[in-house]
Design a protein around this ligand. Structure first.
Ligand SMILES: Cc1ncc(COP(=O)(O)O)c(C=O)c1O
Length: 313
């Protein structure tokens, strides 16, 4: 069963509630994650317990089991997290593991299982893979929970398309025709203006709200095979370009079934600028992920060097 929300974090919080989490529940969350996820959980009254991630983006099960009732397990950038590893070494059951598939629309693991459907509850933020104004989906993979979920349904609502989204769609279409990287020109200007303005967490964003009718329609119109092939072809084409700039590709092999959200690579700032220049004409966006606080000394150096080439069209 699938329930739709405006944002992935809303699906995540609803998913935890369906699994039985209550105020004061302890939720293990990777330290390496965007701050909005942790902020949403804290606003719900959950206690977040950070755990570490290894360089191949798996839970660091060599460290002690986080003392938590539930764990958020992330399929970073569409690459499958090892559910068995976490279940077998840390002893979390599939009902305690919430599969965070925010990045992994259409992606599969080595057993050909769709990501987000490998534990009792998972979620996807499809707004990250398709250019729409909003879109989160909660995947309830256990029929015995479906009745509970009936009560949380939201009817999709009509919302006006924001001007920024219309602009983005137009520039992507125009760039394809003209070869002029309009989006990258706009991004460069925006980066200069916003450089010193940190993005604040909007507490309202955690309150469940309905997905827009237009976002849902775009998801249904999106052909999974064509989009998966586009992303996989782009990944393969970009690996040598990014490597030639001197960056380290995180996954130089693209396993069968993986539909990458982006191309993740490690590089210092000077190399990132080189990558940006090399991809500028292709209109592709390059950005650091996640937004780690600049004074963060707990995260290992490689995490400060992680950047993405986004495949969002
Ligand atoms: C790994 C991960 N999980 C969850 C989320 C939350 O998704 P959304 O921004 O749609 O709430 C994000 C994005 O911010 C994310 O990167």
């Amino acid at each position: 069963m699938i329930l739709y929300y405006a944002l992935g974090r809303q699906a995540m919080c609803e998913g935890l509630r369906i699994l039985g989490a209550t105020v004061g529940s302890r939720i293990a969350v990777p330290r390496f994650i965007c701050s909005d996820v942790v902020a949403s959980l804290s606003h719900e009254g959950y206690i977040t317990v950070p755990y570490e991630i290894t360089r191949d983006l798996q839970a660091d099960v060599a460290s002690p089991r986080p003392t938590a009732e539930y764990i958020i397990l992330v399929n970073y950038f569409g690459f499958a997290a090892d559910v068995d590893l976490v279940a077998n070494t840390w002893g979390f059951t599939r009902r305690q593991i919430l599969e965070d598939n925010a990045h992994g629309l259409f992606s599969r693991d080595s057993n050909d299982c769709l990501l987000g459907q490998r534990t009792t509850v998972g979620f996807t933020s499809f707004r990250k893979s398709i250019r729409v104004r909003d879109g989160g989906m909660l995947l309830i993979n256990d029929a015995s929970l479906a009745n509970i979920a009936e009560f949380q349904k939201f009817t999709p609502v009509s919302r006006q398309t924001p001007r920024s989204l219309t602009f983005r769609r137009l520039s992507v279409a125009l760039s394809k025709r003209s070869g002029i990287p309009l989006m990258n020109i706009a991004r460069g200007a925006k980066r200069k203006v916003l450089r010193t303005i940190p993005q604040a967490f909007d507490p309202e964003s955690r309150v469940p709200s309905a997905v827009s009718v237009t976002s849902l329609a775009a998801l249904r119109l999106c052909d999974a095979t064509t989009e998966s092939e586009r992303r996989r072809a782009l990944y393969r084409a970009l690996v040598p370009v990014v490597e030639d700039c001197g960056a380290e590709i995180l996954f130089d092999r693209l396993p069968d079934g993986v539909v990458p959200y982006a191309l993740p690579f490690l590089a210092p700032q000077t190399t990132v600028r080189r990558v940006r220049r090399a991809l500028w004409l292709r209109n592709l966006e390059v950005f650091p992920w996640p937004d780690l606080p600049p004074d963060d000394s707990l995260s290992p150096n490689w995490q400060h060097q992680l950047h993405l080439v986004s495949f969002l069209e």
